[in-house]
Design a protein around this ligand. Structure first.
Ligand SMILES: [Zn+2]
Length: 1014
């Protein structure tokens, strides 16, 4: 060092020692709070803890598998709590109750007391408060309500707290349903997140419109609006303010006896970063997210730095810094009394780069998505049966299934963006929960059927169910029916209206008869199982059950059933003598038998016509004269491998296609046409790994398409994303509609966004949207609608066409952190092949204005399929000794067609949680978009309704309290809003619940028995 430089250094050294009086101990002043007139920097300490991603939820919790990632949530909570106890000014927010519950159960009573004090004083605040931070693209709203309720109930019971803030910082795009239903209807005052389209963010930064009033529902408008803040960049701190042990940001060095004293420099950095953020934010309040993924494993490394920053920045005085939470920040924004810009619809799709649309995960892991959807519905039905028989403290219950389903809604769970072993962990947890719920369902049904008055029988009927119907494996229904043995099929309907449907069960015999509970034989039809299904069944029963499926030919036995609301009917299948009523064997023909002629299928109003080559050409409804030319085809996109100018590959999150290729086999296989009295089927083998069965039921006016896709070949080294396209000549004006989490339909316009001038770089991926319920297009005369059985991605890339992505198998990682390629395989010993999936979509054309009725009714029936339970009948006298039909509600009552019962659950304290949902939006249907009424007295016959309390959506506070407490934000109204309708308060005598369009109302009901249930 030169002499001059040394002199300067020494001078600086002495100068700096003059600043703090005592270099040994500094008592930092961390007590700051809001200072009016200054730029207020709200420091919000947080840790983003994924409930499973690279590691399983439990591995993250205990810190196992740290070679994948050093992450231990137990460390986070341990160290945060002790850091909070050290200084009462410090604050922390916690979000994921799945983790917090795990930790809480392991704490001593004295620790629990301390933590409760931290919560009561506001040092530790629960926000969001569901079991996980759920995904917003691929989850169904009913499942989202359930997972949030579970977390909120825990917070209420243990801490008496009600979360005020939505904190969806990481999900990959944001839904309208999140804003109004899982936000405003929970009583949240605000909602915060990070990920929106990069072009949208750039515009919002320029216009200072990152913070808005979001009205997600056009039906509920301002009555369900929420203050929403998008972070200027991401959910981490500004650069150089990240302080985990291994992070590289420079700490404040304020000890004059040590080298590299840097207080003023760091204060300057802080002020500069604060001013930059204040420049893009309305009001003088800004929020810094002090944390990111799995941080605070050694909390002191953060709090030490923040203590110092608060101390020195406030001494400096240019800006004001203090410990805060999103609630304090929200209140400060509210107190500023500003008018905020309005936001409608949603924040999909999300792109973080011109070639990086996060629209692949809408479809990633379709089997897991299907499983979660099916089990969500099972959970709904199981809780109803648990309620009917009364919750048992000792017997099986639905709690394990509830927990497993809750974490499966996480934004790296149902989204399909986790590592393979984590996907397996979610599925395993659900299956364990299912097995217990299955016992509950079986015993509930058994108690009901054995409760026939006058019967000598004790409750001992053994019911079995078929959870493996995804691979067409159902031993209980495949029994051999000999020696007078009968198969009893009890069919439970979880919906509030009667259903008349055709059910199908697998049977091993072709000489059967189906009788209703009165002993009358009913029409039934035998259909051969498709070749693709037999192949699937054989491979998957070997791979997963280690058994070889028997070689005997199996049939689907289809029969018409009629099931009362929230109740069951019974049917008996037995070997037929030479009687008239035996099942009709379908006729089977091949298009090869009549070359050169068109084929028409359908026994009822709906007819589908196929040309000489076996291609679908026409859709005709003879009842209402609606018809259209229609084609149904399959294609795949070749996934970009990231070797062009932009290294972005298609992967688990991102859809970046190269080219699209139609899927056709070299020689077209002939169609197999199966006809019978109840339904017709058309079996098509598209190629060696895609096939489909199209079903047309005599009494239904939609086509059901069952696809079997896989193993997707990758021997050409190319990842593939398989789609189906329904093509018509309808002129649909670049416009299509997709649902938000199975609820509101949102208008989409190709290559267009409402909020900014879109620059499109990805013509396909940038027009993909999540679909949970369905999608439709219309041409002014007709509506073409498609409904789905699980979350998928889809679009309308060409007028008159709807496209769904059904399966993906990728060969590259898309560099968004998961670090593993999305290549699902199934193995027998060491021989592995790509995963095959089987699923369904449903297709219908209506006159304009007529489609909503079908989409809403059948959509609810798809979500809640009939639940089948099987038992064997030894002698031919089932009906004499068993209850064969049952409804939990007044037998002469049914819910209105525009209302679904989405929760009926007995709580631990014996009260009942009831949720009713209006299924229609305003203006959607002439008749059904009106206010609906539900008579509670008739929902609960045999019981006296003692008290009805309306609550918030998660049932953690009374609705009136919530309304009173809720902040009333001012929005920059662009036009006067049409009057919003809401159902009125429930009169305690009449006990009628009104529901306005799109309303979900939640009640806690106290019941007492009028008489003993049968
Ligand atoms: Zn995350």
């Amino acid at each position: 060092m030169a002499i001059a430089a040394l002199r300067v250094a020494l001078a600086l050294f002495f100068l700096s020692t003059c600043l703090p009086a005592d270099s040994a101990y500094i008592a930092y002043n961390t007590s700051a709070s809001i200072v009016p007139g200054k730029i207020n920097v709200h420091l919000v300490p947080h840790s983003h803890d994924d409930v499973g991603w690279l590691k399983t939820v439990d591995q993250y919790y205990v810190g196992a598998n740290n070679s994948i990632r050093g992450a231990c949530v137990q460390n986070v909570l341990d160290s945060v709590i002790s850091a909070l106890l050290e200084d009462k000014n410090r604050k922390f927010i916690y979000v994921e109750m799945a983790f917090f519950q795990r930790w809480w159960k392991q704490q001593s009573d004295s620790m629990k007391l301390k933590v409760k004090e931290l919560v009561n004083s506001g040092q530790l605040e629960f926000i969001n408060g569901g079991m996980c931070m759920h995904d917003e693209a691929t989850a169904h709203f009913i499942d989202l309500i359930d997972q949030t309720t579970l977390g909120h109930q825990f917070i209420k019971e243990e801490f008496g707290q009600i979360p005020r803030v939505g904190w969806q910082i990481d999900p990959f795009g944001h839904s309208a349903v999140q804003a109004y239903l899982l936000g405003a209807e929970l009583g949240f005052d605000s909602l915060f997140f990070a990920r929106i389209d990069y072009q949208d963010r750039a515009k919002r930064l320029r216009d200072k419109t990152l913070e808005v009033i979001w009205r997600g529902s056009k039906s509920l408008g301002s009555s369900s609006q929420i203050f929403t803040g998008v972070f200027p960049r991401h959910y981490d701190p500004p650069d150089n303010f990240v302080f985990e042990i291994n992070d590289v940001s420079p700490p404040i060095q304020d000890d004059v006896l040590l080298f590299d004293y840097n207080v003023q420099e760091r204060v300057n950095d802080f002020v500069a970063a604060a001013l930059a953020q204040a420049n893009v934010t309305r009001t003088n309040h800004i929020m810094w997210l002090m944390g990111t993924d799995f941080r605070y494993q050694y909390a002191n490394s953060w709090f030490r730095q923040m203590d110092k920053f608060i101390h020195y920045v406030n001494q400096d005085g240019r800006v004001n810094a203090f410990y805060s939470t999103p609630s304090i920040y929200t209140d400060a924004k509210y107190a500023a009394n500003e008018e905020w810009p309005l936001k409608f619809d949603d924040y999909f799709p999300y792109a973080d780069n011109p070639n990086a649309y996060w629209t692949g995960y809408f479809t990633s892991r379709p089997a897991l998505k299907g499983y979660i959807r099916a089990m969500g519905a099972y959970y709904l039905a199981a809780r109803q049966l648990e309620f009917v028989n009364g919750r048992s403290s000792s017997g099986p219950n639905t709690d394990a299934l509830a927990d497993a389903l809750a974490i499966a809604q996480h934004h790296d769970a149902v989204s399909g963006t986790q590592r393979q072993h984590v996907a397996a962990d979610y599925a395993l947890r659900i299956s364990i929960g299912y097995l217990e719920a299955e016992k509950l369902v079986a015993s509930s049904l058994s108690r009901l059927v054995d409760s026939k008055s006058g019967s000598r029988k004790k409750s001992n009927t053994n019911f079995q169910q078929c959870p493996l119907l995804n691979i067409s494996h159902c031993p209980p229904s495949e029994i051999v029916l000999k020696d007078g043995k009968g198969l009893v099929v009890v069919i439970y309907n979880p919906l509030g209206w009667q259903r008349d449907e055709v059910v199908k069960i697998l049977v091993s015999d072709d000489n059967v008869i189906v009788r209703d509970s009165g002993g009358k034989s009913i029409e039934s039809q035998l259909l051969p199982v498709s070749a693709a299904t037999l192949k699937l069944k054989s491979f998957y029963t070997r791979a997963y059950l280690g058994i070889s499926a028997s070689e005997s030919i199996k049939y689907w036995l289809a029969f018409s059933v009629s099931v009362p609301p929230l109740g069951f009917s019974t049917y008996i299948v037995s070997a037929a003598g030479y009687t008239d009523g035996r099942s009709v064997m379908s006729t089977v023909s091949s298009s090869r038998e009549s070359p050169g002629s068109t084929i028409e299928v359908g026994q009822g109003s709906l007819k589908l016509q196929y040309d000489e080559e076996g291609k679908l050409i026409q859709y005709v409804n003879t009842r209402n004269q609606v018809h259209t030319d229609a084609e149904l085809s399959y294609s795949y996109y070749s996934g970009n491998d990231g070797t062009d100018k932009d290294p972005q590959a298609s992967g688990a999150y991102i859809f970046r296609p190269n080219m699209t290729y139609p899927i056709k086999s070299d020689e077209k296989s002939p169609l197999t046409v199966i006809r019978g009295p109840l339904l017709d089927e058309v079996h098509e083998k598209i190629n060696s790994w895609v096939s489909q069965v199209t079903r047309i039921y005599k009494d239904k006016e939609h086509a059901e398409v069952e696809f079997t896709i896989g193993p997707i070949p990758i021997d050409d080294g190319i990842g593939k994303e398989v789609t189906t396209k329904i093509t018509t000549a309808m002129k649909t004006n670049s416009t299509f509609y997709t649902d938000s989490n199975g609820r509101d339909f949102i208008k989409r316009v190709r290559d267009f966004r409402n909020d900014w001038d879109l620059e499109v770089h990805q013509l396909v991926a940038g027009n993909y949207y999540p679909i949970n319920l369905g999608t439709y297009v219309e041409d002014g005369q007709r509506e073409l609608s498609v409904l789905v059985d699980r979350a998928v991605g889809g679009s309308s890339l060409v007028d008159g066409q709807l496209e769904l992505m059904l399966h993906r198998r990728m060969l590259h990682d898309d560099i968004r952190g998961v670090g593993e390629i999305l290549n699902e395989t199934v193995c027998i010993q060491n021989k592995c092949e790509g995963l095959t999936i089987q699923g369904k979509f449903y297709l219908r054309v209506d006159p304009k204005g007529g489609g909503a009725r079908w989409r809403r009714t059948v959509g609810q029936e798809i979500y809640s399929p009939l639940l089948l339970a099987f038992s064997e009948q030894e002698e031919n006298n089932w009906a004499e000794s068993h209850l064969t039909t049952f409804s939990a509600i007044d037998p002469s009552y049914s819910l209105p067609g525009n209302v679904a019962l989405i929760t009926l659950q007995e709580l631990e304290n014996g009260n009942v949680l009831l949720r009713l949902a209006h299924l229609y939006e305003i203006g959607e249907d002439e008749e059904y978009s009106a206010t609906a009424s539900v008579e509670l007295k008739r929902l609960f016959p045999n019981r006296k309704i003692v008290k009805v309390t309306e609550t918030s959506l998660s049932a953690n506070q009374e609705r009136t309290e919530m309304e009173n407490r809720r902040l009333k934000w001012k929005a920059m109204e662009t036009a006067s809003e049409t009057e919003v309708k809401r159902g009125g308060t429930v009169n305690p005598v009449k006990l009628v619940v009104e529901l306005a369009p799109m309303e979900v109302r939640t009640f806690i009901i106290e019941l007492s028995f009028l008489q003993m249930m049968p």
